[in-house]
Write a protein that binds this ligand. Structure first.
Ligand code: PMT
Length: 339
């Protein structure tokens, strides 16, 4: 075992996890992130006006990268647009949850999905020197984005801790960006530890596409790898699955939902069932790459629940019935746990 690991670990998995964190480059502004988390959770535990504490969900979204060089020029990426995480965030907020949105920089954002992706400035026009107006074809989408985003920030402006929470996007939404697998897992751990005391009121909705292999920091080239040296021979190490650590140690009472993505529908449900048992998840959302926007199957206990988008409505999405199902199962869990 690596001498930096300290006391002997219980299992090989614990040792792998310790070794991953010990060798990861330090997370930038880790103290600042922990402070934001603490303030956000405190704020939502006693929100102004309404009184009752909000349930808190951590939604992870987008793909993690694996850098190949310390001064990174090249990296391996994991596929995910962030659409699932961003859309689900909107429904969780609508259902009254506070959301910690752990997202990949540059991926889809809540409330901005109907805005044009590349040409945001196309939405606006200058009518004279001092006013900017929304260009007619985009009025509806911009109105919706501003209205919905404002709805969650208004609470903030009325809050008694406004000054303290300047960096927080809104009373019900905290956004934290990541790029690499190192940042993602370090932040997930900090979030989980911060949510630990929420007990059964905490939810993890792990929709991010997480790298399975990485280059340990200490064995990574510092500078850009030179192509003149010929073919690249590189050893990738397996990223330890953090789901068990999350469930067993970081936030043991939390309601946990992980995802299973496959391209072969024949193995999808079997793999989802295995993951649910192995990592003791409350639910696993199984999705196939090509149909992920149309339907998913939720594996929970001995049930397999098919959740589909309402195809009679052009603007419907699969996240609406999915979050409705999750919220009802989470409510039953909170009731059962008696907390
Ligand atoms: O973003 P979109 O374009 O809308 O697409 C959404 C999605 C298809 C990315 C999403 O619905 C989804 O399936 N996300 C999970 C993808 C994934 O990483 O699947 P997996 O089978 O490799 O991992 C299963 C679970 O284990 C995940 O919940 C992941 O958080 C977790 N994991 C994975 C690797 C690892 N080293 N540690 C982990 O904890």
């Amino acid at each position: 075992m690596d001498s930096r690991n300290g006391p002997a670990s219980e299992t090989p998995l614990d040792a792998e996890i310790e070794s991953f964190f010990d060798s990861a480059p330090p997370l930038k502004d880790s103290a600042g992130i922990i402070k934001k988390l603490k303030e956000f959770i405190e704020f939502n535990s006693t929100p102004p006006g309404k009184g009752s504490p909000r349930r808190v969900v951590c939604v992870t979204s987008g793909g993690t990268t694996v850098p190949l060089e310390q001064r990174c020029v090249r990296f391996i990426d994991n596929f995910s647009s962030g659409n699932r995480g961003a859309t689900s965030t909107e429904y969780f907020i609508k259902a009254g949850y506070a959301v910690i949105f752990l997202y990949r920089r540059g991926s889809f954002q809540p409330y901005c999905q109907s805005l044009p992706e590349d040409l945001l400035l196309e939405c606006f026009e200058c009518s004279d020197d001092s006013t900017i107006q929304v260009h007619q074809p985009h009025t509806k989408a911009v109105k919706r984005a501003v209205r919905d985003h404002h709805a969650i920030t208004v609470t903030m402006s009325q809050s008694r801790i406004l000054g303290l929470l300047q960096a927080v996007a809104g009373g019900q939404l905290l956004k934290l960006p990541f790029t690499t697998i190192f940042e993602y897992l370090q932040m997930l751990q900090s979030i989980a530890m911060s949510m630990r005391d929420l007990g059964s009121h905490a939810v993890f909705y792990l929709a991010a596409a997480v790298s399975d292999f990485y280059v340990p920091w200490e064995s990574m080239a510092e500078h850009k790898i030179q192509s003149a040296s010929g073919p690249l021979d590189m050893r990738l190490v397996q990223v330890p699955k953090m789901l068990l650590a999350l469930k067993k140690e970081w936030a043991p009472m939390a309601f946990c939902i992980s995802f299973k993505l496959e391209t072969d529908s024949n193995i999808l449900l079997e793999k989802a069932e295995m993951a649910r048992e192995k990592y003791r998840m409350h639910m696993v959302v199984a999705n196939e790459l090509s149909t992920r926007r149309e339907e998913v199957t939720v594996v929970t206990g001995n049930e397999r629940i098919l959740v589909c988008r309402d195809k009679t409505r052009a603007d419907s999405d699969v996240e609406e019935p999915l979050i409705e199902l999750i919220v009802s199962r989470h409510s039953a869990y909170v009731k059962d746990s008696g907390l």
